[in-house]
Ligand binder design. Structure first.
Ligand code: LHQ
Length: 268
């Protein structure tokens, strides 16, 4: 297994690539190197055929407390922090990478996901959360603007009023409430959170990898498309899905009244 860094660890087991944000003494606050490391690990996981799903989780009692507020940040000419540069260099490439990532990504909120971390979690395909965890657009509490894609994603998930209210108040949204809002897909009990996450992630391992990839493409491009364009895209992607060995197997399994076994031959 690659020894990525102390603060970002990576392991692969039974088709699940697990990226752990591992700086528990700072509640997994991000610095520049950690964000770069996550991108490098995503590259490794993409290239590794054994990895079918990538899980992002925190070590200890937090998912992540967001940007490390004690890190030395670049300054502008006047000597004030140049947060735009931090975003452009460290965060935006990660968000874009996640939004175009071909394999399934799961954010597993073992604890609070605050500020930038909340929006990194939401950039993953599916968010699952421990019952005691929460998401927080905490930016306003330190006189900042939601970033890391929050102002793009939140209105699309929640609608404009609720998204704006969360941004203006910086209120914590507990796991069950986040589920009711559509931010979180499943809430698991804290006591067996890691087992529940593993079982949930495992449910994708034996699934149709190419269909997952194509589904992600369809949903990824939907926001920019009108209906006609999206219908054309669906036809194109479905055309591709229909040519896979997995689809042939599914039809055969249906006729034979048995569950399909996907991935028998490698689909490109
Ligand atoms: C931390 C942090 C942290 C460093 C806890 N940094 N040490 C901004 C700038 C540029 C570009 C990118 O985007 C952003 C957006 C952001 O993400 S801004 C950051 C947003 N996050 C926050 O504002 C959260 C700050 N943390 C907190 O409010 C609290 O720590 C929470 C409410 C998360 C947890 O509180 P507690 O459970 O009471 O834990 P704690 O505060 O005692 O934290 C434990 C340690 O972790 C402590 O260190 P220490 O050495 O004193 O034991 C904290 O200083 C450290 N820590 N968050 N973001």
């Amino acid at each position: 297994m690659p020894d990525v860094s102390d603060t970002i660890t990576y392991s692969v087991e039974a088709g699940i690539g697990t990226v752990t944000i591992n700086r528990p003494e700072k509640l997994n606050a991000f610095n520049s190197g950690m964000l770069l490391c996550i991108r490098q690990v995503l590259d490794l996981a993409e290239q590794d055929d054994a990895v079918r799903v990538v899980v992002l989780i925190g070590a200890g009692r937090s998912f992540s407390s967001g940007q490390d507020l004690t890190a030395v940040l670049p300054n502008d000419d006047s000597g004030r922090p140049n947060l735009a540069r931090t975003l452009e260099q460290d965060y935006s490439p990660l968000i874009l990478r996640l939004s175009h990532y071909p394999k399934i990504t799961l954010a597993a909120l073992n604890g609070p996901a605050v500020g930038a971390a909340a929006n990194i979690a939401l950039a993953c395909d599916i968010v699952v959360a421990a019952r005691s965890s929460y998401l927080q657009q905490a930016f306003v509490r330190i006189a900042l603007v939601p970033d890391v894609g929050g102002t793009w994603l939140l209105p699309r998930i929640l609608g404009p009023k609720l998204a704006l209210a969360l941004a203006l108040t910086g209120d914590r949204v507990m796991a069950e409430e986040a589920k009711a809002m559509g931010l979180v897909y499943r809430v698991f009990d804290d006591a067996d959170f890691s087992t529940s996450v593993r079982n949930f992630a495992a449910s994708f391992v034996a699934g149709p990898a190419m269909a997952y990839r194509l589904i992600k493409q369809a949903f990824g491009r939907s926001p920019e498309n009108d209906l006609e364009t999206q219908l054309m895209l669906e036809a194109e992607l479905q055309g591709e899905a229909g040519r896979t060995d997995d689809f042939l197997e599914a039809i055969k399994a249906f006729a034979e009244k048995r569950p399909p076994v996907f991935g028998l031959r490698r689909n490109k």
